[in-house]
Design a protein around this ligand. Structure first.
Ligand code: DP6
Length: 330
């Protein structure tokens, strides 16, 4: 390898409609069950990686500022895997920017590790298939494995101990008529990270086993709904999966409660819309924001209703997006 090699990649974030919440192996970040998501357009991460013999340590710049030690260590651990596979020892300069609208509540490790996996392997001269990229991204963050692909994506639980089969595959990237309306309900940092929260749920919640046992049926239902492009059916699964995930976390000790009053108000608003015949189904991740699955034609109606809901600060309308891809450096 020459003294310097660089690459830049972008990846969209993704929102799970069948949730990932629990690991079968923490070290390899292997999920205890599969999941199914939609990758979003314009909401994501742009990451440049430059390996340089002149660097003594990895350097991480996050949204224009040097990252803290914790984030830098997580990236170094990830880059160590890429270096080991590429048989190089060079340190890297990593510059990463979120392309999510400011404070959308959507900044995520999913797009971050998907973009990093692609930029780092490319800069290291390491050939990688999409499945290999998905596996690598998973090692950074479980949900990142899905952001390698665009549109609807399914993440496999896998059965192997080495995790080679715990990768995502694309389901349908041509169903363009769907939208996700994000209702931002707080500007505070989330209280408890997903990694720690799912570990506590698995260790202490009496509902954890039941939650994991319920995922296979939801996946089959969601897969069929995507194949049929049946939004109502997919939305029903999404609500059920989110509520069950949160129920398992609520029952942990101490209980994990991500919702605020506006989260609950938004849930009621979505169900009221549906009662009026508007296609709208919610999902909620490890935070207080509510994400609503709807059609392109109803997205404005849904966003307006959410904006009128007490405690909702703003909304963002997102469309299906592409998988991670390389771009010219800015
Ligand atoms: C609620 O992928 O952030 O968003 O693998 O520990 O990094 P780690 O967790 P992460 O968890 C995502 C949890 C979720 C549901 C989902 O995206 O499927």
């Amino acid at each position: 390898m020459s003294a310097e090699r660089a690459a830049t990649a972008v990846a969209g974030t993704n929102i799970a409609l069948v949730k990932y919440w629990g690991k079968r192996d923490a070290a390899l970040n292997l999920p205890a069950a599969g999941s199914l998501s939609l990758t979003l357009d314009a909401l994501g991460t742009r990451t440049s990686v430059r390996f340089s013999a002149a660097l003594a340590a990895d350097r991480l710049t996050l949204n224009g500022a040097p990252a803290d030690a914790r984030a830098t260590t997580r990236v170094t651990t990830f880059l160590d895997r890429v270096r080991a596979r590429a048989k190089i020892a060079t340190r890297a300069d990593v510059v990463t920017e979120n392309t999510v609208p400011t404070a959308s509540g959507l900044a995520s490790s999913a797009s971050g590790f998907a973009a990093l996996a692609l930029a780092a392997t490319s800069a290291a001269g390491l050939p990688a298939t999409p499945a290999e990229l998905s596996e690598l991204a998973r090692l950074g963050s479980g949900s990142a494995a899905r952001s390698i692909f665009g549109g609807f994506v399914e993440m496999a639980r896998g059965a192997r101990a080495d995790g080679r089969d715990a990768v995502a595959t694309p389901l349908d990237s041509d169903w363009r008529d769907v939208r996700l309306v994000v209702a931002v309900t707080s500007d505070a940092q989330k209280s408890l990270g997903s990694t720690e929260a799912m570990e506590r749920t698995a260790r202490t919640s009496p509902y954890y086993e039941a939650w994991i046992a319920s995922v296979a049926a939801d996946l089959a239902d969601a897969r069929a709904a995507v194949a049929a492009r049946d939004l109502a059916r997919l939305g029903e699964v999404a609500e059920r999966s989110a509520l069950r995930m949160h129920a398992s976390a609520l029952a942990a000790a101490p209980g994990i409660l991500y919702w605020n009053p506006a989260t609950v108000a938004a849930i009621h608003a979505v169900r009221a819309l549906r009662a009026e015949g508007v296609p709208a189904h919610f999902t909620i991740d490890a935070g207080p924001h509510v994400k609503v699955l709807t059609t392109a034609a109803s997205a404005r109606t849904v966003a307006d209703a959410l904006l009128r809901t007490s405690g909702v600060l703003r909304t963002v309308v997102a469309s299906p997006g592409e998988g991670a891809h390389l771009v010219e450096a800015a």
